[in-house]
Design a protein around this ligand. Structure first.
Ligand SMILES: [Zn+2]
Length: 143
């Protein structure tokens, strides 16, 4: 992701950045990513089961909104909330997968935008971060 005209010319993946983390630190981060991934997958299948159960009961007519309109509103709200949680979870899973792939090819901890090493503290807080603090802030602002 390099925009032409950037004359400062950072090498995309400087070798030095690899040593920002010791092998043990990388192993710890990988473990955290894998644990998080596992939890997210459990969460995702729970949401999917709930969604499936809901649509099943709708089909069989077990849920009737005629008597309790108030509940119908809550019901829709919860379903929408589930959907947005589901999207967040999928998004996170993709980020984690990318982080794990970057660990494998040795580019973990490199900002995908400027190519500089991502702050270590940031990665410890957010192991799947793929932008340095500066670029993450710039991205948030441009949204
Ligand atoms: Zn950056």
């Amino acid at each position: 992701m390099f925009v032409g005209g950037n004359r400062q010319c950072y090498r995309p993946f400087p070798m030095a950045a690899k040593t920002a983390f010791t092998k043990k630190e990388l192993d710890d981060l990988r473990k955290r990513l894998l644990e998080e991934k596992e939890q997210l997958q459990v969460q995702l299948s729970t949401i999917e089961e709930a969604t499936f159960a809901t649509s099943q009961s709708e089909l069989s007519g077990e849920v009737s909104f005629d008597d309790e309109n108030a509940d119908a509103g809550t019901f829709t709200f919860e379903r929408e909330r589930d959907l947005s949680i589901e999207n967040n979870v999928r998004d996170l899973l993709r980020k984690i997968d990318r982080a794990l792939a970057r660990m494998d090819d040795g580019t973990f901890g490199i900002c995908s935008r400027c190519g500089k090493p991502i702050e270590k503290a940031r990665l410890k807080a957010l192991p799947y971060a793929d932008l340095c603090i500066k670029d993450a802030q710039a991205q948030t602002r441009s949204r």
